[in-house]
Design a protein around this ligand. Structure first.
Ligand SMILES: NC(=O)c1ccc[n+]([C@@H]2O[C@H](COP(=O)([O-])OP(=O)(O)OC[C@H]3O[C@@H](n4cnc5c(N)ncnc54)[C@H](OP(=O)(O)O)[C@@H]3O)[C@@H](O)[C@H]2O)c1
Length: 263
């Protein structure tokens, strides 16, 4: 059965690839982007590919943009929009941490609440929260991001239990990508070097750290989004989605082991 699926942050990466893959399977896809320029580029790409997407700008931090979803009878909301921020918790400016929580948690939940009001009325719907395996184990120097995804994963699990009690056929699931090459990780790990000056506690090792981070992600990252897009499709099409969808599985397994052994 085809569904109406709204995706946030579909201007690039996992969101864009999921939008095309879901539309190619016959779903009505509302592919939304942070900026108008991204919306225009995506609409053009959709035309070139001959895969129909309904595209519009939806910056999730703007209430007026969030309200744009109200007229649609959304079956599945894919909360994919997200930002990265890195740096040590010993010195990162809390405004940066507040900003990432604003995008990755608060505004994601505000959009979810709006979508849920229609879903609860219609007595059906699924909300996917694109979290991360960084929301399962703390990641040093990525803690602003990691904490935001911990909070999002906790929110998803709690909201799922609440919706189960409501018995209105509403399902909440977490999508947990591991490291995937979209450019996101490079931008995130580099973000701290824009503000870590010579007085940073870690200034003496910054160059070595940056080199190590690049090598680690080069080694770890899945080369494309195929695995996680498959998981998103599964979650979108499931009658009763499970709580977690993870890819690559080996990274999910690694995180489970890390939790068992108390990291
Ligand atoms: N790639 C990975 O290894 C990885 C791992 C775990 C989890 N994830 C999660 O997967 C999701 C997609 O990431 P990706 O790897 O595909 O990176 P990406 O290409 O940077 O995708 C993130 C998208 O979200 C958009 N966005 C940011 N703030 C927004 C806002 N306020 N309103 C609407 N859209 C906004 C970005 O727009 P701009 O380009 O304008 O910033 C971008 O299009 C994110 O939630 C990320 O945390 C990724």
């Amino acid at each position: 059965m085809t569904k109406t699926i709204l995706i946030t942050g579909a201007g690039s990466g996992i969101g864009k690839d999921s939008a095309f893959a879901l539309a190619a399977r016959g779903h009505r896809v509302l592919a939304t982007t942070q900026t108008q320029a991204q919306a225009e580029a995506l609409a053009q790409e959709s035309q070139n590919k001959g895969i129909h997407l309904e595209v519009f700008k939806l910056d999730i931090t703007l209430e007026s943009d969030r309200k744009l979803i109200e007229p649609f009878a959304i079956d599945v909301l894919v909360n994919n929009a997200g930002m990265g921020e890195s740096g040590s918790l010993a010195e990162v400016d809390m405004q940066r941490v507040r900003k990432i929580f604003e995008v990755n948690l608060f505004c994601t939940l505000e959009l979810t609440q709006l979508a849920l009001s229609g879903m609860i009325q219609r007595e059906k719907g699924t909300v996917l929260l694109v979290s991360s395996i960084a929301g399962r184990v703390p990641m040093p120097f990525l803690m602003p991001y990691s904490m935001s995804k911990f909070a999002l994963s906790a929110a998803g699990a709690g909201l799922r239990a609440e919706m189960d009690q409501l018995k209105k056929n509403i399902h909440i699931a977490l999508i947990e990508p591991g490291a995937i090459h979209t450019g996101f990780n490079q931008a995130m790990t580099d973000s701290k070097y824009k503000w870590m000056g010579p007085s940073s506690y870690f200034a003496h090792q910054a160059q070595k750290m940056q080199k190590q981070e690049r090598a680690t992600f080069k080694f770890l990252e899945a080369k494309n989004t195929d695995g996680i897009v498959k998981q998103i499709i599964k979650a979108c099409e499931a009658t009763r989605p499970k709580l977690r969808y993870t890819s690559p599985w080996i990274q999910g397994f690694g995180v489970r082991m890390a939790r068992i052994f108390g990291v």
